[in-house]
Design a binder for this molecule. Sequence first.
Ligand code: CA
Ligand code: CA
Length: 753
Amino acid sequence: MSRYDSPAPNWPAKLTPPSGSPNVLLVMLDDVGFSDFGCYGSEIDTPTIDGLADKGVRYSGFHTTAMCSTTRAALLTGRNHHAVGVGCLANFDSGFPGYRGKISHDAPTIAETLRTQGYRNYMVGKWHVTPLTETGPTGPFDGWPLGRGFDRFYGFMDAETDQYSPELVMDNSHIEAPGTFESGYHLTEDLFEHAIRNIRDHIAALPTTPWFMMITPGACHAPHQAPKDLVDKYQSVFSKGWDTTREDRLARQIKLGITPEGTELPSRNDRVQPWIAHSEEEQQVFGRLAGAYAGMLEHTDTHLGRLVNFLTEANIVENTLILVLSDNGASQEGGPNGFLNAMGPFNGRRESMEEKFQKIEEIGGPKSHSNFPWGWAMASNTPLKRYKQNTHGGGIRDPLVISWPEKISSVNEGAVRHQFCHVSDLAPTIFELIGLDMESVTDSGTTGVSFASTINNSGAVTGKTTQYFEMFGHRGIIHEDWKAVAYHEPGTAFEDDIWELYDLSNDFNELSDLSEPEALRLEKLKDLWWTEAESNQVLPLDDRFGPRFAENAERHRGGRTNYSFWPGMGHLPSDVAPDLRSRSYTISATVELKSDFENGVLIAHGDATGGYSFYFEDGFLCHDMNIGGDHEIVKSAEPLSVGRHDVSFQMKRIIETTDPNSRVYSQQNVISVKGEASLIVDGAVVGTLHTDRMFFLMVSWSGLDIGFDRGSPVGTYEAPFNFTAKLIHVTVDLEDDQELDYEGVGKTEMARE
Ligand SMILES: [Ca+2]
Ligand SMILES: [Ca+2]
């Protein structure tokens, strides 16, 4: 053959999924308890989910990992969360292989595996498996959804976001939300709208190729925000209180066959009071907090309904495998009394019951960052003990509904399945249901066990015999119907943990501790826990909350004390913005004014529930420190003149301690913390502020912008409040006097998970 002859062209075979492969729609709700769907015994209206359960099957023995990031990691990879480096939260990397906060690249995700089979993959909603320090505009992006096998992404990276003013990301870029509270915007609605859009685009371009879509709304993680009519509706439903709610739900669960005949309620979780022990005011506040949560769930169900209706209209619902689940149990992060706005208490501003009552109408709205009290989380987890974060049933046992009209036979429609299964089993189950070659998939590393056989066979034995659990030192193991579990009090020796033992086949909700009569069995289960822990990178055990967050903040930002911002730059998420907490700092800007009545923002970090903004109003230079919705504004005495000016806001933190020579601060030795702030124009002080409030533990979960305040405004002005003159440059200089209250920071961060 001469050099000029053309060889025969050759096209590599196209990837094609097995014939008849379904679309896969995986909907994972957040912090929704075991009993919260209507079809699991709730009085909350969830007709869409109930409809899917009526035509499908639902599980009574589905388990998760007790937290958000970890369940996502196990779900995405079909492996144990520690084994893929997400033993705890994506908020920190504690330097051990099991605790990097980022899914190991050795573990392919469902999307990566399905991509090799020709699927297109769409991710919509909360991600939270990328270290937050890697969520800024420079990435790196290898841990973002598009770096882990998804073709499109629309959602948010952090544990939570404001539903009316979210920190939105599209693909690899931070974007502004397409609406506001005033324009009727709510994130849940936007996410489902976007999901429908993705499927429409898919049908237009690839009508015969199946898709995988994962939707993870913010609901019902805090902040609980929902339309007012729904909050009203459920405030009235839940005026009956958490004790009656638990009883009502258990009765319905028994009737529905979710829990066995004869199941009884455990006593109230520690420190939860009887409903009737609370005053009428407290009951009203708690009822409205429950209303915001329940309203958020019904609202989500309604919008999921729009998506399911679209699938029906488009005639693809029959061959779409739909899974609806929750990522962990209902949350204890609202504390004993719940919050209307959690941002205030994180910065030393207490929220009294009186104030909660005064502002009761704000609950669920744009000025609230609400979370419900323990009593309601307990009711959500009916009939299970404890909460999210714990390895008792309330933390790890969750609802799971599976629908697939084409494949679930009519005799099984509406059935309840009781096999034990775990979130790491979902990926292999999906692969088997699609008909992928399981050997090749198993070679790629899943360690979960498919429970596909249970869908059309109530008696199927899956072969799943063992699953360990670990979260913040709480431990557990399920092996052949027996469960050993140890609650861990933070800060105490692991050796002192007390193990309990339950026979789940006769004791659905861990009421009858058999650790004494079955001591030998317990010892064997504990040994098995250690074996599993060793082979899954669970060790070393680590129960530290605060120090892990603080160490992470120090490692990533601690050394950096100067930030330089030019207008026109993109949005910075909180974890890569200047860390002003518990320290002295200076914010400076250079401006050129064309008039003496300029307006608008130079720099703003946060939203209506907290943050700071440095801005002009009618020519006056202003700084607003917003702590939990309270504005402390300092303003120049005169408007600034036309021309170029250097302006700054200097905050000096002054700590008075019992030992002036010590730089170790604790609740014991700190007498007072004060802020002395000055507003400075061209070197001259033009305003001062003396305050006992600062950003102690958190600035905001909403990030930072230059030249405007996007979304929900920090200040009393209307967003975006663009700067009307020329902004040349903004700098933030941090003093090295930062001294975080580690435990306090930890508690703040935990409340965000
Ligand atoms: Ca969660
Ligand atoms: Ca804002």
